[in-house]
Design a binder for this molecule. Structure first.
Ligand code: OGA
Ligand code: NI
Length: 361
């Protein structure tokens, strides 16, 4: 199918995508249908998006209890919150964003070493979602790599830029520690105790880093960086260099939902509740639906660190959360089950992993 500009609109393959080549127009295959809209995001509004001071988790018993209540509210209403006073040094955050940006600025030859369509690959450079296999393409370039345990994977990461492994490695280690602390608070808030997940994740838990780059888009109203989706993690911790992330507030507009642009404040990290914490909570906590919008001027970089159980370990609803009023609402599933799902489904069309294991009444 040739369009008027002589491009074959169904073959923007990775390495040759519109966003990698900085095309001055948006090809048809990037134009999102109205179902991915509306573009009616509220301006950044810190009153809408909860912010939690996690240093208080390390404080006195009463203080910790207070934070856990805030966290539980945020998980029930949004599946999303921002964290401050998390203890990760600003230099470590800045350095990780910088090496990510430097990676994407390397010559194509260097990046193509990691190019693959294999969703099971421990290091993978690609574009869009599934590179040309999806019905719609997205204005995104990404590098994904496993990060825990670090010594098992770091030698597979890019050698260029030369500081990539050291700076990204440090960020990954610190974010991973933080993720266990937050998961401890989440399981405690569900009455499961602090160690319910962390004890299972200490050795075998997965950490997948999605290093995302969204180049300036010539027509940001017609394309998206990422379509609405939820993450297949327990939680995702996200760092961004500028705004672009929008979350769905399911209660907004009188229950029909509304998009909220997440504000960017230096040093603040974002936490997404993923599908597997929705399962863990038997539906009390909701995985957040989010998308990425584009801008015409600046390259947006985000680092999404996805934390989950081991590759083949199944997440299931704990017996403690099941009774006559609350039957089991989800079948069990693993991270690997998600990868299998990814191969045969089209997330750009709104297919959701979690829908495949919800038990219908
Ligand atoms: C993701 C994601 C958001 C962003 O990688 O799953 O949702 O801001 N990223 O890049
Ligand atoms: Ni996501």
């Amino acid at each position: 199918m040739e369009n008027e500009k002589g491009e074959n609109s169904s073959t923007f393959k990775m390495g040759n995508s519109a966003q990698e080549r900085s095309l001055p127009y948006v090809p048809d295959c990037y134009v999102v249908p109205p179902s991915c809209e509306p573009r009616d995001a509220l301006d950044s509004n810190s009153e809408v998006v909860p912010t939690i001071d996690v240093s208080r988790l390390r404080g006195a018993v009463d203080e910790r209890r207070g934070v856990i209540q805030e966290l539980s509210f945020a998980c029930q209403h949004f599946g999303f919150f921002q964290i401050v006073n998390h203890g990760i040094n600003q230099n470590i955050l800045d350095d990780a964003l910088a090496v990510a940006n430097n990676f994407f600025e390397l010559p194509a030859k260097e990046k193509k070493k990691f190019m693959t369509n294999d969703v099971y690959a421990p290091v993978r450079y690609s574009t869009s979602l599934k590179d040309g296999l999806d019905k719609i393409q997205f204005w995104r370039i990404f590098l994904k790599h496993y990060a825990h345990p670090l010594h098992r994977w770091i030698h597979l990461w890019p050698e260029n830029p030369p500081e990539y492994r050291e700076k990204m490695g440090k960020f990954c280690e610190d974010v991973r520690k933080l993720s266990l602390e937050i998961l401890g608070a989440i399981t405690e808030s569900l009455g499961l105790g602090r160690d319910y997940l962390s004890s299972r994740m200490n050795e075998n838990g997965m950490q997948v880093m999605a290093v995302n780059c969204y180049p300036p888009c010539p027509d940001p109203e017609t394309a998206l960086g990422l379509p609405p989706h939820s993450d297949y993690s327990c939680i995702t911790i996200l760092l961004q260099n500028m705004t672009g992330l929008e979350i769905l507030d399911p209660m907004g507009h009188g229950g029909s939902g509304r998009w909220v642009l997440v504000p960017e404040v230096k040093g603040v990290l974002k936490v997404h509740i993923g599908d597997h914490v929705e399962v863990l909570s038997n539906g009390l906590y909701k995985s957040v639906i989010h998308k990425v919008t584009l801008n015409e001027k600046k390259t947006r970089i985000s680092l999404a660190s996805l934390h989950s159980l081991g590759m083949d370990e199944k997440m299931s609803v704990p017996n403690q959360l099941v009774n006559d009023e609350n039957p089991v609402r989800y079948r069990e599933s693993s991270f690997n089950d998600f990868l299998d799902f990814l191969v045969s489904n089209d997330i750009s069309q709104g297919d959701r992993f979690i829908d495949t294991f919800i038990i219908k009444d």
